[in-house]
Design a protein around this ligand. Structure first.
Ligand code: ZN
Length: 320
């Protein structure tokens, strides 16, 4: 067996307006924009990475902004909810903050061992802020717009909505080495590696719901952490052996990846922990300049002329 999957590496979703997206995830949720680059497969559009201070694996939510006019549909065969960790003592802070920003939410509600605030971004991406013991020990962004004691501490987990979960659960448990840890109502929770926050996947089975359509307002894929290239290639081989169509290894500059569609319809990726986001700009400057891979540098001027300007919300000190 290759070394274990370590949990969620990143989650990638599709946004409409890019400025609205930055204002929500940096200005309101207090994530740090750790990388501003382009979609390597469609370089005339941005790819934004939000995370903790350094964009550690397990904290990274990324967006392809497609602009207006490409609405998707949330449904089965998708990752339908992205959940972030917050400290147990921060529930009141967050409900106040959302209320003051005019963002509607439900909760806090109790589920298993946690308290959950449910909300959506302006494009309809479903999010949760999950308060749980030990969240405060995870890194956040000390200099962000949210006081550090209350800051988001990376991912808690991801929820997959499936028409039939049998084959997906079999893949998770028998091939990817996930183990079931909890169940309630229609929810079955699995974890992997060392387990815990950042390594949960919840499966909801919705046999009657329509299949989702991946476009603006939906999640594009979920990437799982692997230690290094050797582990990546080993997992790639195991997926092929399990009968799944898996891509060649791709160089995403900040990690290396392979992609495959799990049997329930969700696009999965394996992504390496190294090299990370400080490979092309200093930790201090992360996200402050448009970064391009070497093969796109010759096109910088042309790309900068077609990409819309972005204003990053002022940060530092915490706007209490
Ligand atoms: Zn990805």
């Amino acid at each position: 067996m290759p070394s274990a999957i370590r949990g969620i590496h990143h989650i990638t979703a599709i946004a409409g307006d890019v400025q609205q997206n930055v204002d929500f995830y940096v200005g309101l949720l207090g994530l740090r924009l750790v990388k501003l680059t382009v979609n390597f497969d469609d370089p005339g559009t941005y790819h934004l990475y939000y995370g903790d201070e350094l964009g550690h694996p397990g904290t990274i939510l990324t967006f392809f902004p497609w602009g207006a006019g490409h609405p998707g549909r949330i449904g089965t065969g998708q990752a339908t909810v992205t959940s972030f960790s917050i400290p147990e003592g921060s529930v009141g802070f967050w409900t106040d903050r959302l209320r003051r920003a005019g963002v509607s939410f439900t909760g806090p509600t109790r589920r298993l061992d946690e308290q959950v605030i449910s909300l959506a971004d302006a494009d309809g991406i479903r999010l949760e802020l999950v308060a749980h013991p030990g969240a405060e020990d995870r890194p956040g962004w000390p200099e962000g717009p949210v006081p550090h004691e209350h800051a988001v501490r990376g991912f808690y987990g991801v929820t997959l909505s499936l028409a039939d979960s049998t084959a997906t659960e079999q893949l998770l448990a028998e091939v990817m080495q996930f183990r079931p840890v909890a169940a309630a109502d229609n929810r079955r929770r699995f974890t992997v590696g060392d387990g815990g926050a950042g390594a949960y996947v919840d499966i909801l089975t919705h046999t009657a719901d329509a299949r989702g359509l991946v476009a603006v307002g939906t999640v594009h894929h979920v990437a799982w952490r692997v230690a290094d290239r050797e582990a990546l290639v080993a997992w790639q081989g195991l997926m092929a052996k399990a009968g799944l169509r898996v891509t060649p290894v791709m160089d995403r500059k900040y990690f290396q990846s392979v992609y495959f569609r799990e049997p329930g319809g969700v696009l999965f990726e394996f992504a390496t922990d190294p090299p990370g986001f400080a490979v092309d700009e200093s930790p201090r400057e992360l996200g402050t300049h448009l970064m391009l891979p070497e093969w796109l540098e010759p096109d910088r001027e042309q790309l900068e002329s077609v990409l819309p300007p972005i204003r990053i919300p002022a940060v530092g000190g915490g706007d209490r």
